[in-house]
Design a protein around this ligand. Structure first.
Ligand code: NAD
Length: 501
């Protein structure tokens, strides 16, 4: 069995209390690695290492060009270890090897490459340094500069551990900060590997620290630690709320990427063949454990029956199976408790009168593993709990509507506001609809196509702030105004008269 420590100050370390925990492969239900478990003292040690690295200036004093080149080397180093990293991602989280090799590993590497290249370019130069000549209130040159915040904490969920760790670490480093990251306890390994990869690629010791440990202790220590300047959290809305409260004690900057119940709207003029398969991809990719999954499929009544028929036909093309087999499209859920939560919601859907038209059970073909069939509820009312609450599993609700206004009303009738889509052969009509949807991302005729160059985040209770692109990068900076006045005799300073006779 593989063993992993905590990665602090550029090296592997045991937890101070010596505690370790197994991590379970959701496809086999067997442990495959053991990982050191951090308690509060280990977190304080990691924060101290990051603070020391920040204070010495070993990272922030490098030019953006130098930092950018190192980040690009990290990207290449991720690819060099892709087999090992992908295998860890699959065994920890239960995603498929097909997804790990085509999404997780390249997605993480591209995140480092993107931010690495961006900070070498002119757009970043213009972003971190602006100059203005002013005459009011007094002649002056005004510099507006963006500087690193200091030590940033990242707290990530179990669904996309490697990509989520990259979304936290790459922009924080790009801006010149140091980082302490705490992955979810059930999926810590790829994040720990990433810290080692960063260090070997040239990120100085102490700049990236990764520690695995429980949210209630290690997570809370990070969320409250006075030396953390910014906390970036991805996870459930419930824990996000708690992190914001905890951060309030020291008024940390907090960005939150939270849950969703995203609407996927099928207009009556959509290409139904593509939209039906797109709706399956939008919900069942990674067993539905994606925050912006299109879990409410809103279908115009004119095309409803035809659309559902196409969806059900498409489901037959999803192969459930061994996660290491490249032909497998769907693996298990992350844990037995996650599967139980899904089963509870499927029961609730039936009790509240939704029509189960596919799935709704564990697949008989899989003897072991936390597998669950892709499940479709038709004739769902948006008031039902399966349409209002995040299930985070392979369950989709199909909701019928009469016209565009009703579709928008249903789409926005949610406490969440993360993602969504509109499918239509008329792009202008679809974009007009997209503008009326209260979510941070809307795709037209596509789903799940997150682009590193553009902002990602939520309206309403789906989040605070944005990640990715120059907008996400801006969140990792402090903004400073430097006023440079003229060197004059006292008569040149009119304001002195406000006090002196
Ligand atoms: P979670 O909220 O249970 O845990 C997320 C992280 O927070 C974990 O590392 C956990 O250990 C830590 N944590 C838990 N309690 C804590 C506390 N009191 N203080 C500090 N840290 C604490 O979420 P999860 O179950 O790991 O992931 C699933 C959730 O994440 C879903 O709601 C999903 O929608 C959301 N998610 C959102 C996005 C997004 O970008 N918006 C992306 C992925 C997942």
């Amino acid at each position: 069995m593989k063993e992993f420590g905590l990665f602090i100050d550029g090296e592997w370390q045991a937890a101070k209390g010596g505690k370790t925990a197994p991590t379970i492969n959701p496809a086999t239900e067997e442990p495959w690695a053991t990982v050191a478990v951090a308690d509060r003292e280990d977190v304080r040690k990691a924060v101290a290492a990051a603070k020391k690295a920040h204070d010495t200036g070993v990272w922030r004093n490098k030019s953006p060009q130098e930092r950018g080149e190192i980040l690009q080397r990290v990207a290449m180093a991720i690819f060099e270890r892709q087999d090992e990293v992908a295998a860890a991602e699959v065994q920890d989280g239960g995603g498929t090897m097909r997804k790990a090799m085509s999404m997780d590993v390249p997605g993480a590497a591209q995140t480092f490459m993107h931010f690495g290249q961006f900070i070498c370019g002119d757009e970043y130069k213009a972003m971190i340094y602006e100059e203005y000549d002013e005459t009011v209130p007094i002649p002056s040159k005004n510099l507006v500069v963006r500087e690193p915040i200091g030590v940033c904490a990242g707290i990530t969920p179990w669904n996309f551990p490697l990509i989520m760790a990259s979304w936290k670490i790459a922009p924080a480093l790009a801006a010149g900060n140091c980082v302490v990251l705490k992955p979810a306890s059930v999926t810590p390994v790829s994040s720990l590997m990433l810290a080692e990869i960063c260090t070997k690629a040239g990120v100085p010791a102490g700049v990236v620290n990764v520690i695995s440990g429980p949210g209630g202790t290690a997570g809370e220590e990070l969320a409250t630690h006075p030396d953390i300047g910014k906390g970036a959290f991805t996870g459930s809305t419930e824990v996000g709320r708690r992190i914001m409260q905890l951060g309030a004690g020291t008024l940390k900057k907090v960005t939150l990427e939270l849950g969703g119940k995203s609407p996927n709207i099928i207009l009556d003029d959509a290409n139904l063949d593509t939209a039906a398969l797109g709706a399956l991809f939008g919900t069942f990719m990674h067993q539905g454990q994606i925050c912006e999954s299109g879990t409410r499929v809103l279908v115009h009544e004119k095309v409803h029956d035809q659309f559902v028929e196409k969806m059900l036909a498409g489901i037959k093309r999803i192969q459930i199976g061994d996660t290491m087999d490249m032909t497998t499209g769907m693996g298990p859920l992350v844990s037995s408790s996650q599967r139980e939560a899904v089963e509870k919601y499927v029961g609730l859907g039936q009790e509240q009168g939704a029509k189960l038209v596919a799935g709704g059970k564990r697949p008989s073909s899989m003897g072991k593993g936390y597998y669950y069939e892709p499940t479709v509820f038709d004739e769902v009312d948006n008031k039902m709990r399966i349409a209002q609450e995040e299930i985070f599993g392979p369950v989709v609700s199909v909701i019928r509507y009469k016209d565009d206004d009703e579709a928008i009303r249903i789409a926005n009738d949610s406490v969440y506001g993360l993602g969504g889509a509109v499918w239509s052969s008329n792009k202008d009509r679809a974009v007009a609809m997209a503008k009326r949807i209260e979510t941070g991302t809307v795709w037209v005729n596509d789903y799940h196509m997150i682009n590193l160059r553009f902002p990602f985040g939520g309206y309403k209770q789906s989040g605070v702030g944005r990640e990715l692109g120059k907008w996400g990068l801006a969140e990792y900076h402090e903004l400073k105004h430097i006023h440079v006045g003229e060197d004059t005799p006292p008569e040149g300073k009119f304001y002195l008269q406000l006090l002196l006779n």
